[in-house]
Write a new protein. Structure first.
Length: 538
């Protein structure tokens, strides 16, 4: 076997190497003692199980929640939330900072769980650790400033004293996906906790151990256990029950399900934040550094096997550099190493489930049948694991191929050529989605100018997704059918609160006084309003 060819690789396969086997196995990591500790306190009268996509073997037996169990979890959370909200913000924030330190010190534990439950490469699992640590640090340091009472100018300056308070909403219902089971579960829950809420979380059952590990570590850091409830079960059964009881709903998942969640929340007049699907575009302009863009495209398209809401699925390359770019990109893609070992070394891991493998295979096969060119990949790799699929590049993709418009959510990217900037922007915007985009150019001003024209919640210049997502002080979320609301920054914490205005009127009422009749009072207020505008009061 050469360094670049896997044993028993299918005929015609790209030369993708397999990372060396690790020394730890699922049995070493997911012991009965670990499962018992992590599931302690989970409300569930039934039993279910989760599995590792790398081999298909069962990882653990888990409690399964009924609708009645969900109601019990909300009752527990609601009882605990009142006492938690009474804890000063600084003390709540200190829990996040302790969690930050515990996480970095014990990261190997959660990295193993993330890999086992998702099949992703260890470096991509570490991206989740980085993201959660950054969020814990940010909200641990900034929560006091975000949540502090704010003074505002009253209707009558000096006579009307106005204070804006931020009150916790109560119990947050969170429905978290399988693709980033650490970051998109506890990462979203941290600002909810520090703002004084309790959380009832429904993670995907197949990645529940990761979320439960996060809960266990937060409790160790000082979070009251009853404040963080986890319910497990089938989405169509448990999900609606969470939406039906929450004071606010946080959902990450598909656009189709997001519409259902939004409708359920709207019927109860509760708020909702949604991060949904994407068909993200990367624009490589004629002045881009082609080698850096090709390397960046590998990261942008194939991190976590493309199972990332903000990963790139459409590559628009200027026609003058397209052939050179495709050659360099394909060379790097064919050299990627696939593997599932609980160790660093693999460049890409497994898909997470049969549904993802079926979608990826269907999109690639249909595109090739209709005339697209397979530049790299296009082959499943059962020799490595049941759900492995090679990183794939398609050229010559055109409508009505499904891969043009449908979200693949796998390691597949399509190459398109453009001739000028306006065409590139129009093509990038020509989708119902608007989550993330990427622009590659050596002209920073040009990059920013194009970024402002793209209808996506985040835009990265000379990188695929990490700079915008990792800059946690700034908001992150989608436009159009990619969602509502934002995570990160002030919006990421204030959405979990209700704004309350407290206004104190002093000395005189806002009503006729000092013997004025209604007409004289109206005239007096008219003069006052004109005067306040003249002295530029806001």
């Amino acid at each position: 076997m050469t360094d670049s060819q896997a044993p028993d690789a299918p005929p015609g396969s790209n030369p993708v190497a397999v990372a060396p086997a690790g020394v730890r196995t699922a049995a070493d990591v997911v012991t009965p003692e670990v499962v018992a500790r992590l599931t302690r306190g989970v409300v569930g009268s039934g039993r279910t199980a989760n599995h590792t996509p790398s081999t298909g073997e069962k990882l653990a037996d888990l409690p399964e929640s009924t609708p009645g169990d969900v109601a019990t979890a909300f009752d527990r959370a609601r009882t605990a939330q009142e006492a938690w909200a009474a804890v000063p913000v600084r003390q709540r924030a200190a829990v996040l900072l302790r969690f930050h330190d515990l996480l970095l010190g014990r990261q190997s534990e959660v990295l193993d769980l993330i890999q086992l439950e998702t099949g992703k490469a260890r470096l991509h699992a570490h991206e989740e650790v980085q993201a959660v640590a950054v969020a814990a640090r940010h909200y641990g340091r900034r929560a006091v400033a975000y949540l502090k009472p704010r003074r505002h100018t009253g209707v009558v300056p000096t006579l009307t004293k106005v204070t804006e308070l931020r009150q916790p909403r109560g119990v947050i219902g969170q429905i978290a996906p399988w693709n980033y089971p650490f970051e998109l579960s506890v990462g979203d829950a941290l600002p909810a906790f520090v703002s004084g809420n309790a959380v009832v979380m429904k993670p995907d059952t197949e990645t529940a151990l990761t979320a439960l590990w996060a809960r266990d570590l937060l409790v160790e850091a000082g979070l009251p256990a009853e404040v963080f409830q986890v319910v497990l079960g089938e989405g169509p059964v448990v999900g609606p029950e969470v939406v039906a009881r929450a004071d606010y709903v946080s959902f990450t998942g598909s656009t189709r399900t997001g519409r259902e969640v939004a409708a359920g929340a709207a019927a109860r007049l509760v708020g909702v934040s949604l991060e949904l699907g994407g068909k993200n575009a990367m624009l490589v302009l004629e002045d881009a550094d082609v080698e850096k863009a090709a390397a960046g495209a590998v990261r942008a398209c194939f991190s976590s096997a493309g199972q990332l809401c903000i990963s790139i699925e459409r590559l628009y390359v200027h026609e003058s550099i397209a052939d050179d770019f495709v050659r360099r990109f394909a060379t790097r893609t064919r050299a990627m190493r696939l593997g599932s070992a609980l160790a660093y070394g693999a460049d890409m891991g497994s898909l997470v489930g049969e549904r993802q493998l079926e979608t990826v295979s269907r999109h690639v096969e249909e595109a090739v049948e209709k005339g697209a060119t397979l530049v790299a990949g296009g082959v499943a790799r059962p020799d490595i694991g049941p759900l492995f699929y090679e990183p794939t590049i398609l050229d010559g993709v055109e409508p009505p191929m499904a891969v043009c418009s449908e979200e693949t959510f796998g390691p597949v990217v399509s190459i398109y050529r453009f001739s000028d900037e306006d065409e590139a922007v129009a093509l990038a915007n020509g989708t119902p989605y608007g989550l993330n985009s990427s622009v590659w150019t050596t002209d920073a001003r040009r990059g920013h100018r194009i970024a402002a024209r793209l209808r996506t919640g985040t835009v990265n210049i000379n990188e695929g997704y990490a700079p915008a997502y990792g800059s946690v002080q700034s908001p992150m979320g989608g436009m159009k059918e990619s969602g509502l609301g934002r995570r990160h920054g002030s919006e990421g914490i204030l959405k979990y609160t209700e704004a309350q205005t407290v206004a104190q009127q002093r000395l005189i009422p806002l009503a006729p006084a000092f013997g004025m009749d209604d007409e004289k009072y109206a005239a007096f207020m008219t003069r006052s309003l004109k005067a306040m505008k003249a002295i530029r009061l806001r």
